[in-house]
Design a protein around this ligand. Structure first.
Ligand code: F6P
Length: 304
């Protein structure tokens, strides 16, 4: 997010625009909190996770009254165009503002990578690298102590983090919400791998598929193996962004400024197959983007 804001600020100033940052997203818009952003305001941010503008869940923005208050605030401030960076809720808010006549461009930012219209949302690559690093570390204990580890990862209703990090971290089984959980298949796989001499297993569970604790207890009760649970939680989200995320954020941020300057509105920018693309916000928020099921299949083959 910070790398993206940096790109928006620098590209805007390069194009002679005045830039303001809204503090705490839609909440700050309703409450009237903004900051003038100059070149120096984004110095050193490229390597920092999170967003220095801060963010907040904003329930009032889910309804028309809140959205109209936001539109009115932008009018009062004399803002000509808005760039919104975020996940599903943020982009739905952007679509509403577009409907109310505000020129707006959306940028996908979510570790869940569940936004249609981009191969990667900002933050996803950093999250899967964080998870993979944790899996490497957990693997040392798993193999030394000959244990099964159940690792619960985030993703809300999406299995994208689980699939990508499961492949990168060498998981034996990956449970995701998009595929019905098959406990028997998981047990069979575990028993087969033990029978062929494997002494440890890593099982990745997407939070939307099952509770890690229940999976761990199930395995323990059915096998008697030594099982541990690791819920990675918010360690997945923070920390320095990967080079991939910094580059993506820089590209999407500058592209959004160019589009807004050209008079475009109501679209989300993305990168698909290496190309910068636009998708109508309406389509972006109303189209389902599943995880990479071929990758999930690959994980199952590689874990035999
Ligand atoms: O949408 C991003 C996400 O990290 C989800 O993967 C997770 O379920 C949720 O946010 C956690 O939200 P919070 O930080 O509000 O607990």
């Amino acid at each position: 997010m910070n790398a993206c804001i940096r790109a928006i600020v620098r590209q805007s100033i390069y194009m002679h625009h005045e830039v303001w940052g809204i503090v705490r997203g839609y909440l700050g818009l309703i409450e009237g909190h903004r900051r003038r952003l100059g070149l120096g305001s984004v110095a050193d941010l490229i390597k920092t996770g999170g967003t220095f503008l801060r963010t907040a869940r904003c329930l009032p923005f889910l309804n028309e009254d809140g959205q109209e208050m936001g539109r009115d605030r932008l009018c009062d401030w004399g803002i000509d165009g808005l760039i919104v960076v975020g996940g599903d809720g943020s982009l739905r808010g952007a679509l509403a503002l577009h409907g109310l006549g505000v020129p707006v461009i959306g940028i996908p930012g979510s570790i869940d990578n569940d936004i249609f219209g981009t191969d990667y949302a900002i933050g996803f690559d950093t999250a899967i690298n964080n998870v993979t690093r944790s899996m490497d570390q957990i693997r040392d204990t798993a193999s030394s102590h000959e244990r099964v580890f159940v690792i619960e990862v985030m993703g809300h209703t999406s299995g994208a983090i689980a699939v990508a990090s499961g492949v990168a971290g060498g998981a034996e089984t990956i449970l995701i919400p998009e595929v019905p959980v098959n406990y028997e298949a998981m047990l069979t796989r575990l028993k087969h791998s033990r029978a062929r001499g494997k002494r440890h297993s890593l099982i990745v569970v997407a939070e939307g598929a099952a509770k890690g604790e229940e999976v761990a207890n199930f395995i323990k009760s059915k096998t008697g193996y030594e099982v541990r649970l690791s819920v990675l939680g918010h360690t997945q989200r923070g920390g320095p962004p990967t080079a991939f995320d910094r580059i993506l954020a820089s590209q999407l941020g500058t592209f959004a400024v160019q589009l807004l300057t050209d008079g475009r509105s109501g679209v989300m920018v993305g990168r698909q197959r290496g190309e910068l693309t636009t998708t109508s916000l309406d389509i972006a928020v109303n189209t389902n983007k599943g995880p990479d099921l071929e990758l999930a299949q690959l994980a199952a083959i590689l874990a035999i």
